[in-house]
Design a protein around this ligand. Structure first.
Ligand code: CTP
Length: 412
């Protein structure tokens, strides 16, 4: 996982240096974020050396004459997007209060709000601060929101008092991290095939017909599937995007090439997601040399491309098949029709005219229609989040299909 480790101001801050090492040994990448108070206890240099990454200390570069180490003013959003787990150790009473209240006056508290990743906090503080009703109420709020608390241990505290407040043992913190990692690998054992991007249909050696698809939605699905443990094959039309980590990418140009690639990948797939914006037509007779300009009108005859999704989904067997539907009107009706006509289990439909939806945007507004009649309208959110929700639905549908088959067999 890509773990963001928040270090806040407490004597136990030095223990987090060892934690960085342990997390790396377990295969995680660690990005350290330190609060200003933490830097009173330990320098950022220690963490930079251990993690091999620059340490983030401020919301704004140079705001206090400190490290000018932010690439941009929205670095917290970028870090939030690449965080699989936010771990705060040690967590002071102050950061717990900020998280509980939603204050965002430094990098770590802002990141907490901007991130949708699971959160683990390992508090460490004076016993009275720990037992104070304010702290306990903040913890209850966080717990209710799903934040995992690695309870502090009892013992002699740096302040000279004895009682609960000592940062939990490293093993306890690592155990919580392992549980989160495990839960995120819910696609282990699956092979996910994803199509993405546009296709290009050649008119002549220098010209082609294409569309405005950026490929972002399909790439987000492939990235999410790989991160959740699936073997992932991404069959991509031409895009400007980088191959997500852990994804095997097959580049194609035309719909026909995409069909061939899908056919050879589909047999081994357990799940297939068709996010590509395939050109429905291609020039009937592409010219072998460049078409010259004349004064006459030019007519180009087009012939239909194969429907890739329908072609392979006819024999889908146990696979869960997901299609997309880009609509400008009658979205629900058209999406339901596509469920049937394409033999898909899910159709992710979006009204491409809606604000914050459609081509080349970071966000999307979709409704996921499923064969079992459940419509799941989603609010406007980042394509990376939409991808996670699609995968959640895939697992739900897989469960429904399995229990149906079991009932069917029992009835035989
Ligand atoms: N699709 C495909 N091959 C095609 C056309 C579409 O695999 N030649 C897939 C898309 O990847 C998408 C789904 O089918 O998952 C629906 O695409 P869409 O363009 O919305 O539907 P069409 O079938 O092309 O219907 P229309 O354009 O008339 O709405």
């Amino acid at each position: 996982m890509r773990i963001t480790l928040g270090v806040t101001g407490g004597v136990a801050a030095y223990k987090s240096a060892e934690l960085v090492r342990r997390l790396q040994t377990e295969g995680h990448t660690v990005q350290v974020v330190m609060t200003r108070a933490a830097r009173e206890f330990i320098t950022s240099l220690t963490f930079a050396a251990l993690s091999g990454q620059k340490v983030i200390t401020d919301l704004f570069a140079n705001s206090d004459g400190g490290d000018a180490n932010l690439d941009s003013a929205i670095e917290h959003i970028a870090v939030a997007q690449r965080t699989d787990l936010l771990l705060v150790a040690p967590a002071t009473a102050d950061i717990l209060a900020k998280f509980a209240r939603g204050l965002a006056d430094d990098f770590l508290s802002t990141l907490y709000l901007a991130s949708t990743a699971p959160v683990i906090v390992a508090p460490a503080m004076n016993v009275n601060m720990w037992q104070h009703a304010a702290t306990q109420e903040n913890l209850a709020t966080l717990r209710k929101r799903g934040v995992r608390i690695v309870e502090p241990g009892e013992g002699y505290l740096a302040c000279g008092m004895t009682g609960p407040g000592r940062l939990a043992e490293q093993e306890e913190i690592l155990k919580a991290v392992r549980e989160v990692a495990q839960a995120q690998q819910d696609f282990a054992g699956e092979t996910v095939l994803v199509t993405a991007g546009p296709t290009c249909e050649d008119l002549d050696p220098v010209r082609f017909i294409t569309n405005r698809s950026s490929g972002k939605m399909g790439y987000a699905v492939a990235e999410a599937a790989a991160r959740r443990g699936a073997k992932t094959i991404l069959i991509s039309g031409p895009t400007a995007l980088e191959t997500p980590e852990g994804v095997e990418r097959v580049d194609v140009r035309t719909a026909q090439e995409m069909l061939q690639a899908v056919k050879s990948g589909f047999a081994a797939a357990t799940i297939a997601v068709f996010a590509a914006a395939v050109a429905d037509y291609r020039p009937a007779e592409p010219a072998t040399s460049k078409i010259k300009r004349t004064k006459d009108e030019l007519t180009i005859r087009l012939k239909p491309n194969p429907d890739i999704l329908s072609t392979v989904a006819r024999e889908k067997g146990d696979r869960v098949v997901v299609g997309f539907a880009a609509e400008t009107d009658h979205m629900a009706e058209n999406a339901r029709k596509k469920l049937e006509s394409k033999n898909a289990d899910l159709i992710v439909a979006n009204d491409v005219t809606a604000e914050g939806a459609g081509f080349d945007m970071e966000t999307n507004v979709v409704t996921i229609f499923s064969r079992d009649g459940r419509d799941l309208p989603l609010p406007r959110q980042r394509k990376t989040e939409v991808a996670q929700r699609i995968l959640d639905e895939v697992l739900r549908v897989r469960g429904v299909l399995r229990s149906k088959r079991a009932t069917h067999r029992a009835g035989d």
